[in-house]
Design a protein around this ligand. Structure first.
Ligand code: ATP
Length: 444
């Protein structure tokens, strides 16, 4: 994990937030390459969820909703984690995660393990951030930052049913920020207090819930494999009955083998009719499906819920590689080309050579109309390649002496380091095709 954190910082993917003021625990800011890579992940999710399907529509609901939404959903009373304080070291821990935590005075020990540890009884701590809406500060203006995007979807169920003229099975997909006052954030992007979610609520006839639940586990697993995660690092873990959230009839996690061990990458839950029933009761608006023949029922909901921050972390971990090439260490991010922030680098071999620069700039201007590409004429060619390797750029086109003679360029493959020559006029088409090709990591 340390290597990922340091590469992310060094190459401008992710910085500790408000660093000049000493940072804010477990908050991060995304730099240029981080933004590009995370945007790619979100776009690929929307592509699979909306663009490639007939049955799912997009939504972007507000972050601050009517607070009654969170009463109806059970979050005001139930969205809590058990918290214990240590009176000695003054640290706070999640009571259900003491096994993974370290004592504040003796980090090799768990909280409670040393004779000095003095833990309080566990008490329930609500994870929602409270805020005030408007100028009057009293309880009538209390509101919450959403702790999940899902509820914004449920309260729009009727709008979508009517206006998008859908009938079950159909889904609503949303990407957006969520906020949780996590007791123990940490492990870089894995658990932060402000993060993004990619959630899709799929409304189905109750009798079909089990079948769709299995279907979405398979679909989501296949999506992670499609975008390069190694199957040896992925597994599906069904929840035990005593682990299930209050709303869930069944749930499974897609887990990734992070450096901290197997941990949730995405959760798929069968939420039954819990949410639509709750909001029907609390709002007085009937959230149900009425068929043409007059049949009516409250659909069940299957929810795949993941997050682009955690997904990016998994992809960085999976992609990170070190090798020795020609007696030099090479660090390379073997990201899926669709996820890589920059698709190709365009490099004049000799930056002082005006003709090379002109050809390279021309190629760059042509390619940037379609793809995120980078022009670089700063420093030794070897250093420029290494920089591109570290940000995971899959291809580099180099303009050299021969280009000036025959209008061909070298293309270098990030993974195999193979080089071939291409006519300048063919590069645009070649890159388009190369980015479409299925890709598998060469990592074992
Ligand atoms: P955990 O058990 O890890 O706290 P959860 O089961 O509460 O997660 P969900 O409510 O299922 O998480 O949220 C769905 C997805 O949102 C997670 O799979 C993860 O990708 C993302 N997510 C949730 N909490 C965080 C967080 N604090 N930081 C980053 N991503 C998060």
């Amino acid at each position: 994990m340390d290597k990922i954190v340091s590469l992310s910082r060094r190459r401008g993917f992710v910085f500790p937030s408000s660093e000049i003021y000493g940072g804010l625990g477990s908050a991060y800011d995304y730099g240029h390459y981080g933004v590009l890579a995370k945007n790619n992940i979100k776009a690929l999710w929307l592509q699979a969820m909306v663009q490639e399907r007939d049955d799912i529509v997009a939504l972007d609901s507000a972050i601050i909703l009517n607070p009654r939404v969170w009463e109806a959903s059970g979050h005001v009373t139930g969205f809590t984690d058990p918290l214990v304080d240590c009176r000695t070291c003054k640290l706070r821990f999640r009571a259900d995660q003491l096994e993974q935590a370290s004592c504040g005075r003796k980090p090799s020990k768990r909280p409670g393990e040393t004779p000095d540890c003095d833990l309080t009884e566990a008490r329930q701590f609500n994870l929602m951030f409270k805020t005030q809406v408007g100028a009057v500060e009293d309880s009538s203006s209390d509101a919450y930052l959403r702790p999940e995007t899902a509820q914004g979807i449920f309260v729009n169920f009727k709008n979508v049913l009517q206006l998008a003229r859908r009938k079950p099975p159909f889904g609503i997909a949303q990407i957006g920020k969520s906020f949780r006052n996590e007791i123990t954030p940490g492990n870089f992007l894995f658990r932060t207090r402000e993060f993004e979610q990619m959630e899709m609520e799929y409304f189905v006839p109750p009798a079909e819930a089990e079948e769709w639940y299995r279907y979405w586990i398979d679909q989501r697993y296949a999506w992670y494999v499609r975008y390069g995660l190694r199957e040896s690092m992925l597994r599906i873990r069904p929840h035990e009955a005593d682990e299930l959230a209050h709303y869930a009839r069944a749930a499974s996690d897609i887990e990734y083998l992070f450096p901290i061990g197997w941990s949730e990458l995405e959760g798929i839950a069968d939420r039954g009719d819990f949410d639509l029933t709750q909001h029907t009761q609390q709002s007085g608006t009937k959230l149900e499906f009425v068929g043409e023949g007059g049949e009516r029922y409250t659909p069940y909901v299957i929810e795949p819920a993941g997050g682009p921050d955690r997904t990016l972390l998994a992809m960085l971990v999976d992609a990170y590689d070190e090798e020795v090439v020609a007696e030099r260490d090479r660090i390379v991010l073997r990201l899926h080309p669709a996820v890589a922030p920059v698709k190709a680098a365009i490099l004049p071999l000799i930056p002082r050579n005006g003709d090379m620069v002109e050809k390279a700039r021309g190629l760059f201007e042509e390619l940037r109309k379609r793809h995120m590409v980078e022009y670089d004429d700063g420093g030794q060619i070897g250093r420029r390649y290494r920089r591109q390797d570290e940000i995971g750029t899959p291809f580099a086109f180099t303009v050299d002496d021969q280009t000036l003679e025959d209008d061909t360029v070298t293309v270098r493959d990030r993974d195999s380091l193979a080089q071939e020559r291409l006519p300048l006029g063919r590069v645009r088409e070649w890159l388009g095709e190369a980015l479409e090709r299925p890709w598998r990591t060469p990592k074992a």
